[in-house]
Structures are given as structure tokens and as C-alpha cells.
Design a protein around this ligand. Sequence first.
Ligand code: ADP
Ligand code: GLC
Length: 667
Amino acid sequence: MAREKSDSANVKKAAAEKKPVEKEIPAAVSPASTAKEAAPAPEKTAAAKKKTAPAAKEAEPAPKAAPAAKEAEPVKKAAPATKETEPAKKTAPVAKEAEPAKKAAPAAKEAEPAKKAAPTAKKAEPAKKTASTAKKAEPAKKTAATKKKAASADKRKAKAPVVEPESTPAVAEPAPVMEEPNLPRRSVAFIGSECHPFVKTGGLGDVMYALPRELARLNCDVRVILPRYACIPQEYQNKMIYRGEFYMDLGNTGRSYYVGIMEYIWDGVVYDFIDNEEFFSWGNPYTNLVDDIPKYCFFSKAALAALNYMNWIPDVVHCHDWQAALVPVYLRTLFKDSPVGRARSVITIHNLRFQGVYNIPTIKYWSGLPDEAFGMGALKQDWVEANMLKGGLAYADRITTVSGTYAWEIQTSEYGERLEDHLRYHSHKLRGIVNGIDYGMWNPETDPALAENYSLGNVLDHKMANKLALQKELGLEQDTGKFVIGLISRLTNQKGLDLVNAIVPQVLDGNTQVVVLGTGDKQYEDAFRAYEGSYKGTFSACIQYDEGRAHRIYAGADALLVPSRFEPCGLTQLNAMHYGTLPIVRETGGLKDTVEPYNEFNGEGNGFTFDRYDAGLLLDAINRAKSLYFNNRYHWDEVVQRDMAKDVSWEKSARQYKDLYLELTQW
Ligand code: ADP
Ligand code: GLC
């Protein structure tokens, strides 16, 4: 956010200095023509290739604000930090498009910019390709294209077998589990920027994994389209199968971009990874807006072009968060006359804080969207900014968010992140559907990460063993009598960590231990590390991203803190309940919808809650939890069992998504 604001401030400043933004457009275009010139000389050395990359950078009108953007980006947990700082990688992709085998073709391509403007059927359907295009994009030929693909695969050390393109339209039909084959069948393309286990920085990754699987059980034919980031673990890269490739123009860059499709079919869901080293070779999915805006313009457009290319036209395109928010816009503009143009669209807001905001010339430049998309009712925001999420919300047929309360909250100025009016305007197509968790991935009875497995029937016998093992693992005093509070979170301003920091000394009363697992903003990382230093054996700060450890904390802790400032849904409280760990949450968003406050008079409820964003109220909620734990263990244990029995699966919610798809596609 901070980043987006400073960018807009720069642009406003430029405007005030009588440098009309429009004047920046030519500036933005000219470097691309440099790139254009460079492209036909594919055999150029690394040094020459480097030349094109900086040129592209210069094309971005407001690059100076980059550092601030970091604050706005989700914490990057999934990937090794080192890669981030390797700018040299940016040049590599150019090389990809510029491989010697393609010499003639790129030149021809770039000489025909007019043709690129139709990114849809013509380009995407292999059958219709012209001879010159075929050289680059026709996967049937085991010539240059195959070699190129092989080279690309080599680069990534992928041992993926090559699928003959003739089989392309057959699309290795997924074998959906189809537990309910009597339900009407619908096909859905999920488009988003992360998905467990390939790449995950937070709950979006969990949802992109779990919901498609559940939908497959409800007789949906689901295809998940993701970027093929270099940080996807090799074990999955190895399983991907080459599905094809083509070239696609992008915005006003004047260039033709490689789009490879690598496929992996797993448990009834097809995963198609969009391959392009220029955009996806960084160590992390998200870097900063200067890079991420072009990256996700490319991704959104390539995802639709890939559907056309594969000739797999879904009934519904379901896209997620700002990174895929241009999908509904493309669908109704550049792709409207192509096969995929007949799909209906749904956009899900997982986190309204991130919107993909930049100045209009930049987003026009990279997206190539027509002027009509930049009206006040769509992408345009204030005077000079374009907001990708805002555009997606305007063009989508339906908007969902991940809890009913958040659907309501985001229409208020407190939670609306400046889009409250826009959301109120579109409220007729907005609804909240609460997230669930995947019972296969989160199951204390079978979870291989745990010291001892347990289920609802024997939780009281085994939870203590997990607590002792956790204490040992983290160097805490091993004592089953201690009340262990866990916190598993991205360490960002959203998560209510100021409240936690303010009360740690009061919480640590001699009978309580606190375990924090997370990475993120330095201020929080440092604060938690400092507490660990001061309270050795009592406070543990695990400043890391560690799936296995997260599972062990859910199992070994007695309570889990989620005191968020805002929380669209929240999954950690669901995981905790399913593992018999009582949540202590702020009553906001999905936390409010999923945790019923414990009622000391009738013993009902699932956890402990507080309403206002106030450290004293958080402390009070923790003290209420402690007092039940220490003074009335019988009732505490009842709540443990009630929470484990609570249905927090995806089943009900997936049905609501299915109903939504059916509503949109009545035939
Ligand atoms: P958000 O998407 O806002 O980060 P959610 O509660 O929806 O929050 O989802 C967070 C997901 O990420 C959960 O599956 C949680 O277990 C996981 N997670 C968060 N931080 C870590 C970490 N440091 N190590 C392992 N898993 C983590
Ligand atoms: C976002 C939200 C979180 C939600 C997750 C999955 O990252 O912050 O509340 O659970 O997306 O929808």
C-alpha cells in the first residue's frame, strides 16, 4: 500500500510540475522499441541481452518508489531469499525468446505488430497458425520449438516427458473423483498466483489447493492455472509434462512473448503452469510492484490465451486476488470474440489490501487494454492511477470474498481500503463464502509431522505428548502444566502483532509459554527475537517459514492467537480448532464467522474473542482462556473436543461455489 501511494504521489507531483502523464507514454514506449530492435538479433551475447532488460525497466514511468512497495507485498516465505537479489536473472528470459533456432521467426513476428493485437483465437489455436507463426508456436513440429522447449526444460533441469502436441486437444482428461456425479457438471479454470504445495506465501495457497479438489468431488472439471515460478520445488518441476507453447504479444511492448504450458495432473485436478523465464525466474513469486505489474499483466493474459490454445474452454473462469484481476477485464475486451470469451467470470478477494495500483500509462503499456477499461467505473482510480483489482471487480460477473463478515466489512470505510464505494456499487454481485481447510492435509490422526497422532476419541491422552515434544524441539521448559500459546502468521501489520508485543510481559506469568512462528516485517521479527532473548525457556521466536513446525505447534499448543486488525477469513484458527487447540481471536472478518465465543454460563463456544483493536482486550481474552484452562480443565477439555468435532472442512463452502457457478451458467 505504502508503495502504491508513493507511486501515485510521484505521478501527481509530475502532473503538478506540468509534466502531463501522457508525455510519459512515449517514454514508456520508446525503450520497448529498443527491445524490439534487439530482439531480431537473438544470438547476442549475455551482455547484449542485458541491454534489452534495462531498456524495459526504463519503460516504467515511476520506478523510484520500488523500495516502499516491499511493505505492501505479502511476505515471501516459500522461496530462498537469495534469489531475490539476482538481477542478472532478469536478462535470461530475453535469451529465451532470442534463441538462435528462432532467428527468422522473431523478426517476422515483430515486424507484424498489428497481428499481435489479436491475442485470442488466431494466435491461440494451433490449427490456424501461419507458417511463420508455426515456426515459433507450432508444437507439433519437433524442430525448433521442440528444441527450444527442451532447452528450456534443461535449464530448469526438468526431466518432464514431452507430450506430442497432437494430443493437445484431448487434454489428458482429468479423472475427477466425482463423488457426486448426479450434480450437473461444470468446468472451471482457477487462475491465481500461488498454490500449495508448489508455492505458498499464505492462505491463498491453501485455498487454491483445497477448493479445486473439493470441487472435483462435486462433479466439476477443474484446471488450475499458475505461473511456473523457478522457486517451485524440483520434485514438482520434474512431474510436469510439456503441453505446448506459443507466442503472445503484450500491451504496447511491441514484443512477442514466449508462453509455455507445463502440466501436472493430480487427484482429479489439472495444474497448468505458464512458463516464461523473463517473468517467473525470480526466487519469489512476489518482488515489488515495478516487476509484479508487468508479471501479472502477462500472466492474466497468458492464462486466457493458454485456455484458447489448449482448446479447453471452461464454463467459468474463477480468478483470485489482484494478480489475476485483469482476467475478467481481458475476457470482456481483448478476448471477447475468442472461444474463451464465452466463459463467465468470478473473482475472489482474499485480501483487499493488495490491489495492484500503478499509474495509468504503465498499466496501459503492459496490459494493452483498451481505453474503455480505464474509465472511472473500472480501472481508473483518482486522477492518474489504475487499479487492477478495481477493474476486475467491475468486469467480473460475480465477486466473492472469503467470509460473510468480510463481505460486509469491505463496504465500509474502515475496511474498504478505498474501494468501499466501488464495492457497494457492485454489492448485488458480491457475496461471502467462508473458507474451509483440507482434511487430508490437516488431519491430526495421520499427520506425519506430529510426535503422536490423535483423533477426537483420544485427543486428551495424546495432546500432552505433542506439547512435551514441542517444548523440547523449541528449547522451552518441558512441563505439561504450562499453558502454551501459539502464533503462526505472516508478521505484518494486518495480523495484530502490535497488540501481542504490547502485552508479552503480562502474558508470561510463570505458568505460560508463547511460541511464535512467522516471517515478515523486520520490526516484528526483531521484537519477537528480543522477547526470546529476555524470556529464555518461556518464549520461542521461530522467525522462519516451516510447514512441519506449524503442524507441530497446532498440535502441541493449548491455544492459538489470531488478534488480527482485519482478517478476510483466516485459516490458522481453523487448523487450530481441528487440532484441538483453542483459538483466541479478534472478532473481525472470518474470525468472527468461525469462532463462537466461549460462554462461561452455558459452556458453549469454540474459543475466546475480543472486539475492539485494543491490547487490553486481547490480554483480557487470554486471561479468560487461562482461567478456564487452570480452573476448570473439565470444561476446557470439552471445548477441545467440540472444536475437533466442528465441521471446518471445505464441503459446505465448495457447494456454495458450485451453486454460484450453476447460477451463472443456467442451461
Ligand atoms: P494469510 O493468508 O493472511 O497469511 P491465513 O490464516 O489465511 O493467513 O493462512 C496462513 C497459512 O499459512 C496457514 O496455512 C498457516 O499455517 C500458514 N503459515 C503462516 N505462517 C507460516 C509459517 N511461518 N510457517 C508455516 N506455515 C505458515
Ligand atoms: C488472505 C487472507 C486470509 C485468508 C486467505 C485465504 O491471505 O489474509 O484471511 O484466509 O487469504 O483466503
